[in-house]
Design a protein around this ligand. Sequence first.
Ligand code: NAD
Length: 442
Amino acid sequence: MKITMVGTGYVGLVTGTLFADRGNEVVCVDNNEEIIEDLNNGKVHIYEPGLERLVKNNLANGNLKFTYHLREPVLNSKVIFIAVGTPSDEDGSFDLRYVKSVAEEIGDILKDAEGFKVVVGKSTVPQGTYELVNNIFNNKLKGAKVRWGYVSNPETLAEGTAISDFAKPDRIIIGTHSDEAFRVMQELYHPFNIQSDRIIRGSPADAELAKLFSNTALATRIATINEFARIADITPEADMDIIRKMVCEDQRIGYKFMFPSPGYGGSCFPKDVQGLAARARENGYDPLLLSQIHHSNEAHKNYMGERVQKLLTGDKVNVAVWGLTFKPNTDDMRDAASVPIIERLIKEGARVVAYDPQDGKARQIFGDKVNFAEDKYAAVKDADALILLTEWKEFDAPDFDRLKELMQGNLIFDLRNRWLPKAANNHGFNYYGVGRNYPLQL
Ligand SMILES: NC(=O)c1ccc[n+]([C@@H]2O[C@H](COP(=O)([O-])OP(=O)(O)OC[C@H]3O[C@@H](n4cnc5c(N)ncnc54)[C@H](O)[C@@H]3O)[C@@H](O)[C@H]2O)c1
């Protein structure tokens, strides 16, 4: 099938490449010329494990093409995906300007098209956006020869595991009023839907809300355990890591997304939680619980920064940081907890040396405010404190002897609760985790 994918970011590039990998003819379009030039040379501008190889293979076999010209691919394609960004506006509501402008461009082009086209909203959008897109198409395509159907098909992949998430989805959400468009989507997704039927069909509104509910539910779990971690921090003898296991063994609760951390980040949870609540308020209902999740998470990030800062007293100013990205196996820094925490420490006079296996975007954000080390042990040389901020696997088993030799201080802030406090203590470190009140109190 011929497909156009508009937006070649973390979602568009992965989904476009995987459709191409199954034999479809995919043209990925982006209005960032630099990205398109790089992609045409096989250079991928984001880090997603396994992606570059798949891009190169499918460029080579001709199934995958990249361009910044929308017209020709749209006219030639059966299915046109909109996978552009939907960032937060200043008031927390979704900024839909990219979705609107792409819908208008596609609408203008489709005036000259014939046959049946499926336009698919893949971006995460607030409830009711399908009406906005439908109106754009209805207005533009009055009297046109082309017939079209709109589908809301929100993406459920997660960065870091995007390729396997897309190839083996737990569900494929399809929201459409058009049976014809639905049949096209069934055919397109068939290679990913052979073992068992993963497609769940509803209205576009169902699909839009399902995506927002998923992300809000996951964000709520993280915010909840982090609030408990703060309660544990002021409860003598409480260790959140033990409490977590006592709770999560309950199969009704489970372990997933129930891990103390410096707060959730990334390009989805913060904006989707706020955007959902903002749209609900616009529509006349203030979701009291959901409206507080974002504030709870922001307060937690502040608390984490404050906690570290309070212990860096006197002349303890050299701070080593392991991990900057919002989670492992990505280079994405959007809303990463590392940013407010590090900025706070720098403001208070700390000198920060950081190491992250994928530090490209972090370097752009911090510039020369942070020194970047080439490996994790180079980062800790002469440090007074080490902070673990992202749980990349290579940080799982630190050589505490080596750390002791290299560091001049003995503070360890394990903000992902990855390490054994006793192991660190036995090597002479003062260990602080998230909600792990021993061995020392603030
Ligand atoms: N990143 C994730 O893990 C993830 C997961 C599920 C859903 N989503 C949702 O998918 C959408 C895309 O997210 P992303 O992370 O891929 O964003 P992104 O910022 O990485 O990519 C968006 C791309 O769209 C391009 N673009 C913007 N306007 C354009 C235009 N007019 N024409 C052509 N290209 C244009 C940008 O240049 C950019 O490359 C968002 O709504 C997001 O919430 C993201």
